[in-house]
Design a protein around this ligand. Structure first.
Ligand code: CDP
Ligand code: CDP
Length: 211
């Protein structure tokens, strides 16, 4: 069973992915961490984010374990990740490890932008998680404040709009729902309600396979 969750920044896909993975006892890969860690490696060595050769080397050098999430979740890292994620050679360097993860024996849960469209087009369940930019900015601002960052809601809203546009407009694996994805708009849902909806979609997909 492969569960693919895609969607824009702070839509709640990561939270849903973790909860679904725990529910079904499946491994989970947050693929955004791969792009964040690639950008972090470049920044740590004072390289430019658009240095393609260095970015590809950084992506190839990643190990799926030992992500230092503390250093990857800061406000500037989402933006930096979306810059390296627009480089086709970086995306190509990260495909095999994501596909291998998806092919784990009992299945896997992956969340990102292109799981249902590129990484696992044959996923059992595809959910495109979305919410209004305002709701997402509110969530991200709360989350970053919880991490001790002093952020302004309007600045986060601007970040989110800019990142959505960059992710949607890139040529390689742009952010868009797969044709067969179920759209889950969580604007007016709390985490529990979103989880109940995602579980219902997943159970229906499994039922359809059994039938
Ligand atoms: O992975 P993604 O960036 O899509 O979002 P996330 O990290 O799962 O969620 C961002 C924040 O929004 C977290 O702090 C969640 O607890 C919160 N959230 C929420 O308040 N309501 C939801 N329906 C989903 C997430
Ligand atoms: O949690 P949030 O949605 O804010 O960000 P993320 O999922 O960690 O992704 C950070 C950036 O990495 C995104 O804005 C995308 O540009 C890129 N990304 C991607 O291109 N493809 C993926 N499968 C996952 C992330």
């Amino acid at each position: 069973m492969i569960i693919a969750l895609d969607g824009p920044a702070a839509s709640g896909k990561g939270t849903l992915a973790r909860r679904l993975a725990a529910h079904y006892g499946l491994p989970h890969l947050d693929t955004g961490l791969l792009y964040r860690a690639t950008a972090r490696t470049l920044m740590d060595s004072d390289a430019r984010l658009d240095d393609v050769a260095k970015a590809v080397a950084a992506a190839r050098g990643l190990a799926l374990t030992d992500f230092d999430e503390n250093r990857l979740r800061g406000r500037e890292m989402g933006e930096a990740a979306s810059v390296v994620a627009a480089i086709p050679a970086v995306r190509a360097a990260l495909i095999d490890m994501q596909r291998a993860f998806a092919q784990r024996p009992r299945g896997a849960v992956l969340d990102g932008r292109d799981i249902g469209t590129v990484i696992a087009p044959n996923a059992t369940v595809k959910i495109f998680v979305t919410a209004s930019a305002e709701a997402r900015a509110q969530r991200r601002a709360l989350e970053l404040r919880g991490r001790g960052e002093d952020v302004d809601y309007y600045a986060i809203l601007e970040d989110i709009r800019k990142r959505d546009a960059r992710d949607r407009d890139r040529s390689d694996a742009p952010l868009k729902p797969a044709d067969d994805a179920k759209i889950l708009d969580t604007t007016d849902m709390n985490v529990e309600a979103a989880l109940a909806a995602a579980l219902a979609v997943t159970e229906a997909a499994m039922e359809a396979i059994r039938a």
